[in-house]
Design a protein around this ligand. Structure first.
Ligand SMILES: Cc1cc2nc3c(=O)[nH]c(=O)nc-3n(C[C@H](O)[C@H](O)[C@H](O)COP(=O)(O)O)c2cc1C
Length: 326
């Protein structure tokens, strides 16, 4: 039985966000209000299977708090998907990161949705919408590496320049365990509201083509309640929330306490985040300025928050930041 067979529906997922949902932030979210599933940031398999591995592999750090965790992969070369999937499924990658036997990822997800220029120019991520033979090869190669030991999923968009439901239908014919649809096209980036009605259409296709594949909807969800309503309206298995976490770290809670939290409590939460960051990312593995986007989350919604943020963002190290926060 796959782990998500036992999840109550609709289940909630924290979206993968590069340079945001690292192992540190996932632990903070877990402490505030835990989603049912976590994703890693996307990790390039071609880089992972190259001399650049030591730097990249750290994106796949896990912890005991962010379970179940799905490793999200992207890249071009199917052989590298096979090798990486194999190393994930047999536990050797987690072991390489220093984790004891038994601590491992719960699944592998393939990024076929990122619209950024570098990824698209390289013919990867959302460019696969236009290269279906390669998309197919990548799914088969990943499955070969997993060899049935872990579930496989894909996260994608509704199409390239236009909504094109032949794309999710194509993916659904690949016997996936889960398909996440971000309700926009590649061209739309994040500039227009998500087309939830089209996510609903994908769910109808799923019912015909691949009844056992779970469908997760994603785009602009700002609260658990809103997610529940969308899941009910479009009969979805799960809801994924990304940027909503920037407005409320308790977004997965049934009754978020964020708005009632005092300035002191918010500062204390940021402090916990920075402590964890300092203990996890040593030797400047992640520079201190990458904390600024989190500063905007916690140092918000109270008098003189802007001035305090400006002061904190000048910190040259996590230690200096902690001193300012004490
Ligand atoms: C800063 C940032 C980084 C992202 N990185 C990834 C990523 O690594 N993999 C991925 O599949 N999607 C990534 N996304 C897309 C989100 O997972 C999600 O699909 C998108 O933000 C829409 O959901 P939302 O409206 O709930 O934020 C990223 C989005 C943002 C804002």
């Amino acid at each position: 039985m796959k782990f998500w067979d036992s999840l109550e529906k609709p289940f909630f997922v924290l979206a993968p966000m590069d340079d945001v949902t690292d192992v540190v932030f996932r632990q903070i979210v877990s402490e505030c209000a835990k989603p049912d599933i976590f994703f890693t940031e996307f990790v390039n398999v071609d880089g992972l299977q190259s001399p650049g591995r030591p730097r990249l592999i750290k994106k796949l750090f896990l912890s005991q708090y962010d379970k179940p965790l799905i490793a999200q992969l992207w890249g071009k070369n199917p052989d590298n998907f096979t090798k990486t999937a194999e190393q994930i499924a047999d536990g050797s990658l987690a072991k390489e990161l220093g984790f004891p036997a038994g601590i491992n990822y719960a699944g592998v997800d393939l990024n076929m949705g990122c619209p950024q220029k570098n990824e698209v120019t390289a013919g990867t991520c959302s460019a696969l919408i236009n290269d279906r033979p390669l998309a197919s090869d990548i799914i088969s190669a990943t499955k070969a590496g997993l060899n049935g030991r872990l579930p496989i999923s894909v996260k994608t968009r509704l199409g390239w320049n236009e909504v094109d439901l032949s794309w999710p239908e194509f993916l659904l014919k690949h016997d996936l365990n889960m398909l996440t649809i971000h309700g926009r096209t590649r061209k739309e980036m994040s500039k227009v509201p998500a087309h939830w009605d089209q996510i609903g259409e994908v769910k109808k296709i799923r019912d015909k083509v691949a009844p056992t594949t779970l469908i997760v909807g994603n785009g602009d969800v700002m609260s658990r309640q809103q997610g529940l309503e969308l899941a009910k309206k479009y009969q979805l298995d799960g809801i994924m929330i990304g940027r909503g976490i920037f407005h409320d770290p308790f977004v997965f809670s049934e009754d978020s306490i964020w708005k009632e939290m005092t300035k002191e409590e918010k500062i204390a939460l940021y402090r916990t985040h920075v402590e964890l960051f300092k203990n996890t990312w040593k030797n400047n593995e992640r520079p201190v300025y990458t904390l600024n986007k989190f500063c905007k989350i916690y140092i918000n919604g109270f008098d003189a928050a802007k001035e305090l943020r400006e002061e904190l963002m000048k910190s040259s190290s996590a230690e200096a930041l902690l001193r300012s926060l004490s």
